[in-house]
Design a protein around this ligand. Structure first.
Ligand code: NAD
Length: 444
């Protein structure tokens, strides 16, 4: 029977480990962050992810899920070891592989029996082979050159905010492997998904690694494309929602990821588009489309600041209420959130910003926007109504459900001005105008 250890207990590692334990498999989640492990061992989940707390508690209680900071224990306790550590962007956009290589090294230093090493982190094409060579060289040095092991690529496609549901009902499971036995073990641990007719793609290590980057870069392209069309709609007096709906009805295009906004953010799309350009560079292949997407996405955030500035007739001395800081609803993740450059851009042009987010306040004010808060340009508010009090403009930046149902009359009364910049197109322009707002969405 397979048992699993997960090296790296972040968004992906914790969700993967917890969901696999829910499938009935014995799972040990390991992390170098002792604080995180201590907290998880007591059933306290350190990230905000809907539905995850209950699953962690249930499987901890059942004894199928455990947490450790001890790599030796994690390696000894399982026959399949998943690597789910971060692959952040380096200075030049290339993928920083230090955590993946450190994890592979520590597995090789501790293994004494055959293992399947499964890479779940998003990594450049060629990493599986690199990990194989690294593990092999360490085993040889340890006098264990004959010890069998396989390396599998199993990229993860879950989205923060719906990670548990995505893991339990994925559009596909991708397994890259050179070993039939390892591929069969992978199918076995995902048997629950196999039984509900989830498509499985069995392919090579290289193809599996590229599928992840190609998918994320394509999604980023779709978002950026509709943002560009939205900007044109604004200038030409068209409605991007009508355009996107009609485009999406074409089966060759598809209706998803055609919602305009302030530019994509988050822990995946920005770093994976940059990563793909760097991977292309390493292979002597120009990735011009992806390069243009990155540039256009950066420009979209500046364009939003300009739009607010123009709408208000200047930002100097103006008070702007920002609703939502997380890169999307249902997460506390602030990595590459569009709110960061937009808030910074507003402050740089002289605005005072009052901000509120239902769950990302801590991350935002302690890390990403700490300097702006310390300098006095940014103030944390207790809720959306405190943020709106005395503001010349409200900017809706993250479409949390509670911002979809604002008491608009109260907001209007609390504000000093009337401008409402709806960067997620949550509200209807006509309705907002009728309520006395000077309303601006994106592309309508
Ligand atoms: P994360 O930063 O939330 O978690 C990574 C964890 O790994 C951290 O807890 C860190 O302490 C730990 N770690 C680092 N080095 C370690 C080591 N040597 N041994 C043990 N633990 C170690 O990252 P994440 O968001 O979970 O992303 C992990 C990978 O999955 C990345 O490659 C990412 O691109 C990919 N991915 C992320 C998402 C997402 O939505 N977050 C979705 C799909 C794929």
């Amino acid at each position: 029977m397979n048992s699993i250890s997960i090296i790296g207990t972040g968004y992906v590692g914790l969700v993967t480990g917890t969901c696999l334990s829910e499938f009935g498999i014995r799972v040990t989640c390991m992390d170098v962050d002792r604080g995180k492990i201590d907290s998880l061992s007591r059933g306290r989940v350190p990230i905000y992810e809907p539905g995850l707390d209950a699953l962690v508690a249930k499987n901890l209680e059942a004894g199928r899920l455990r947490f450790t900071a001890d790599i030796a224990e994690a390696v000894a306790g399982s026959n399949m070891i998943f690597i789910a550590v971060g692959t952040p962007p380096g200075e030049d956009g290339s993928v920083d592989m230090k955590h993946v290589l450190a994890a592979a090294e520590s597995i090789a230093e501790h293994m004494t029996e055959p293992k399947v090493i499964v890479n779940k982190s998003t990594v450049p094409v060629g990493t599986g082979r690199r990990v194989k060579a690294l593990v092999h060289s360490i085993l040889e040095r340890r006098g264990l050159g004959g010890l069998a092991f396989d390396v599998v690529s199993n990229p993860e496609f879950l989205r923060e905010g719906s990670a548990v549901r995505d893991f339990m009902h994925p559009d596909r499971v991708v397994i890259g492997s050179e070993s039939e036995a390892a591929a069969a073990q992978m199918r076995d641990i995902y048997n629950v998904l196999y039984l509900i007719d989830t498509p499985f793609i069995f392919t090579t290590l290289e193809s599996a690694e590229l599928i992840k980057y190609a998918s994320n870069a394509f999604l980023a392209t779709k978002i950026t494309f509709i943002n560009e069309i939205a900007n044109l709609c604004d200038a030409a007096g068209a409605d991007v929602h009508a355009v996107a709906k009609a485009m999406g009805l074409d089966g060759r295009i598809g209706k998803y990821f055609l919602h305009p906004g302030p530019g994509y953010g988050g822990s995946c799309l920005p770093k994976d588009t940059q990563g793909l350009v760097a991977i292309g560079r390493d292979h002597g292949v120009r990735m011009d489309v992806v390069g243009a997407v990155i540039a256009a996405n950066d420009a979209q955030k500046r364009f939003m600041v300009d739009k607010i500035e123009k709408g208000l007739g200047g930002l100097d001395g103006r008070t702007v209420a920002v609703l939502g800081l997380a890169f999307k609803p249902e997460t506390d993740d602030m990595r590459f959130a569009p709110s960061v450059p937009i808030v910074q851009g507003l402050i740089a042009k002289g605005a005072r910003v009052r901000a509120y987010d239902p769950v990302a306040m801590d991350n935002a004010f302690k890390h990403d926007l700490a300097a702006e808060a310390a300098a006095g340009g940014l103030r944390a508010c207790a809720d959306e109504y405190e943020a709106a009090s005395g503001a010349d403009a409200v900017v809706l930046l993250t479409e949390w459900n509670q911002f979809r149902h604002l008491d608009l009359n109260r907001v209007r009364e609390l504000m000093a001005g009337r401008h409402f910049f709806d960067l997620r197109n949550v509200y209807e322009p006509q309705d907002m105008t009728a309520r006395g707002f000077v309303y601006a969405g994106v592309g309508r």
